[in-house]
Design a protein around this ligand. Structure first.
Ligand code: FAD
Length: 262
């Protein structure tokens, strides 16, 4: 089986702060990490590789040159090879242009059986790129995958998480699945694999290698306009009511009546 994992390098949101004037993320000096859902996507691919001899796992990312560090992490977890789609032409991409570029990268790699993506990136948070990439490649996709139940020659059976349970879906291969954290527990990198990961070449492709024109990717191909971004003002402190339950209920009704809620 040939599996491709879409992995994004994201700022560690535990360390990100918002510029109060510009309303944008302050990225300077912030550590970058492998997007958490993508670690689950990679683990799912590696588990299938462990169970199915002859399976290969390729990791692909679109991003700046420093995304190579994250890709080496993926190699050290057990991926066979890594591809970085990187060029100034790809800069300023919205999700639409990102998925166009990733789909072009996948086509360049050739036939595949499964693409795993994360459900959502912790910085952009749209959860659009996986399904959009599937649409561009003309393959079916299943989002919110919490379990891969069965892999057969032509189909996969997966569980898709719902708010109050899950549904079982049989999907034709080739297909794209988006992973959630409930899918598995990502493995650690091993010392031996870290050494190997630094010996491996990471293939870098630009718009020429992907046979796309600069008008089809990046800012020029991004219809999304960010109207305004801002940090919501913090909510005021809550008020604790005191007294017996009937007294507190009375006070609450009085307050809600005063605010015209009741
Ligand atoms: P989601 O859709 O939430 O991600 C879901 C999954 O898709 C991920 O878990 C991962 O598996 C896969 N995926 C997503 N992105 C990638 C990727 N790059 N490589 C591999 N797999 C991926 N961002 C920048 O970094 N630089 C910019 O210059 C930039 N300019 C922008 C300009 C505009 C007008 C807009 C609207 C956005 C811009 N962004 C930029 C943000 C960028 O569009 C998103 O980060 C990107 O499209 C991914 O969307 P997301 O983070 O919501 O991913």
């Amino acid at each position: 089986m040939k599996i491709i994992v879409l992995a994004k390098q994201v700022p560690d949101t535990n360390e990100v702060k918002i510029d109060p004037v510009k309303g944008t993320l302050i990225r300077e000096g912030v550590r970058s990490i492998l997007n958490p859902d993508d670690a689950n996507a990679l683990e799912a691919a590696l588990e299938l590789k462990d169970k199915n001899p002859g399976t290969t796992v390729s990791v692909m990312s679109m991003g700046p040159p420093q995304a190579k560090y994250m890709l080496r992490e993926c190699l050290a977890m057990g991926a066979d090879d890594a591809y970085l789609l990187s060029s100034r032409a790809f800069g300023g991409a919205d999700t639409c242009a990102t998925s166009t570029t990733l789909a072009a990268g996948v086509r360049q790699l050739g036939d595949f059986d499964i693409i795993f993506a994360g459900r959502q990136a912790i910085d952009g948070d749209t959860a659009q790129v996986g399904p959009q990439t599937a649409r561009r490649l003309g393959v079916p996709s299943v989002s919110y995958v919490q379990k891969v139940r069965k892999v057969e020659e032509k189909t996969l059976t997966v569980e898709r998480a719902l708010e109050d349970g899950f549904e079982v879906i049989e999907v034709q291969k080739p297909c794209l699945l988006t992973a959630i954290k409930e899918l598995n527990k990502p493995r650690y990198m091993s010392v031996g694999r870290i050494e190997e990961a630094y010996k491996k070449e990471i293939t870098v492709w630009d718009e020429g290698s992907l046979h796309v024109t600069p008008d089809e990717v990046g800012l020029k191909a991004s219809p999304t306009q960010v109207f305004r971004s801002f940090t919501p003002p913090p909510k005021g402190a809550g008020e604790m009511l005191a007294g017996t339950i009937p007294e507190m209920a009375g006070t609450l009704v009085a307050k809600l009546t005063e605010e015209h809620v009741l």
